[in-house]
Design a protein around this ligand. Structure first.
Ligand SMILES: O=C(O)CCC(=O)C(=O)O
Ligand SMILES: [Fe+2]
Length: 336
């Protein structure tokens, strides 16, 4: 197979499907051309798909089963592990609580939430071992297993994050390790998502109803593992929403707002959402959908200012420098 093909090509939205093993173990030429394809995908679509990633399929499957077991716990148990503050950004978020959106004020977000709450629940897991910000693990033996599986998954995702940022560095003509000092701490959030089974009528009776409202992600990149249900859509340059179809064995990776800012807007953070699945099955309900998002951030202590090479005589720095952690807390505070 060629190193890069197309995962999506519709309404001027081209999302490349990149064989990541060619960056990790390929010849120098393969490495460099794969890095360029990855960077080009982020610059044009803001999204890429990666195949042949260094995470075994069985590890991903196991994370999905463990996630669905978690969501099948009684509601009262999940509520007892509830999300509390933007600073912590850990714990359970029930249906309709978070309204991901492009709206920036709390009032505007609250108003849109009452119109059509997102049909999902999630569980957020931050970096383990921060004394002030503990993860909310269930206190039973299944909870212990859940903790183990999710912390391992956090770890393998962190390594993939570091590798993707290396590819971006190579694509930009920087030293391969340019971003390592920004990615080594692992201030990232693993979010398990469950979109419950839902009556098809719910979408018919309210045209605004979605599973997750349109939004951009906040951090540097997001690794998005989806099951085979479908419903993820990405906004095209023509303003339409295009299906980002599930491709078995691949991970979707999208750039977030902080990477767009860091790259002086040479990389795009593109709007996306989750809607009614595209090919309704027999019967009057859509089955549940599960996904796992790993939101990657620059170390919270990092100072983020335009990456070398993204500004110069012809293009000024568009943004002032900011602290990564403060930026993210401010964005999260508006959403919940
Ligand atoms: O569930 C999905 O496929 C998308 C989730 C997402 O975009 C998010 O949580 O930021
Ligand atoms: Fe997202």
């Amino acid at each position: 197979m060629a190193a890069t093909t197309k995962a999506v090509d519709s309404d001027s939205l081209v999302i490349p499907l990149v064989d990541f093993s060619q960056f990790q173990t390929g010849t120098p030429e393969q490495r460099s051309s794969t890095a360029k394809s990855i960077l080009h995908g982020f610059q044009t679509a803001g999204f890429i798909y990666l195949t042949n990633i260094p995470i075994p399929p069985a590890t991903i499957t196991h994370a999905f089963t463990t996630s669905s077991n978690f969501f099948s716990r009684p509601q009262s148990c999940k509520e007892s592990l509830g999300w509390t503050t933007p600073e912590s950004n850990r714990g359970y978020v029930s249906h309709g609580r978070e309204k991901v959106s492009t709206l920036l004020t709390k009032d505007a977000v609250a108003a849109s939430r009452t119109q059509a709450p997102d049909l999902k629940e999630s569980f957020e897991i931050g970096r383990e071992g921060e004394a002030e910000l503990p993860n909310n693990w269930p206190a039973d033996s299944a909870g212990e297993e859940f903790r183990k599986v999710m912390l391992e998954f956090h770890d393998v995702c962190k390594n993939l994050y570091i590798s993707v940022m290396r590819a971006i560095a190579v694509g930009m003509g920087l030293d391969e390790c340019y971003f390592d000092g920004y990615t080594d701490v692992g201030d990232n959030t693993l979010r398990l998502l469950h979109y419950p089974e839902v009556k098809k009528d719910v979408f018919k009776s309210n045209k605004l109803q979605v599973r997750a409202g349109e939004h951009t992600d906040y951090g540097s990149i997001t690794l998005l593992f989806q099951d085979d249900r479908g419903g993820l859509q990405v906004k095209s340059p023509r303003g339409t929403f295009v299906d980002a179809i599930p491709i078995p064995g691949s991970v979707v990776v999208n750039a977030g707002d902080l990477l767009a800012r860091w790259s002086n807007d040479t990389i795009k953070s593109t709007l996306h959402r989750v809607v009614e699945p595209p090919a309704p099955e027999e019967g009057d309900v859509h089955p549940a959908r599960y996904s796992i998002a790993y939101f990657c951030n620059p170390n919270f202590k990092s100072h983020i200012e335009a990456i070398p090479g993204t500004y110069g005589e012809e293009k000024d720095k568009k943004y002032a420098g900011i602290n990564s952690g403060e930026y993210l807390v401010q964005r999260l505070a508006a959403t919940y």
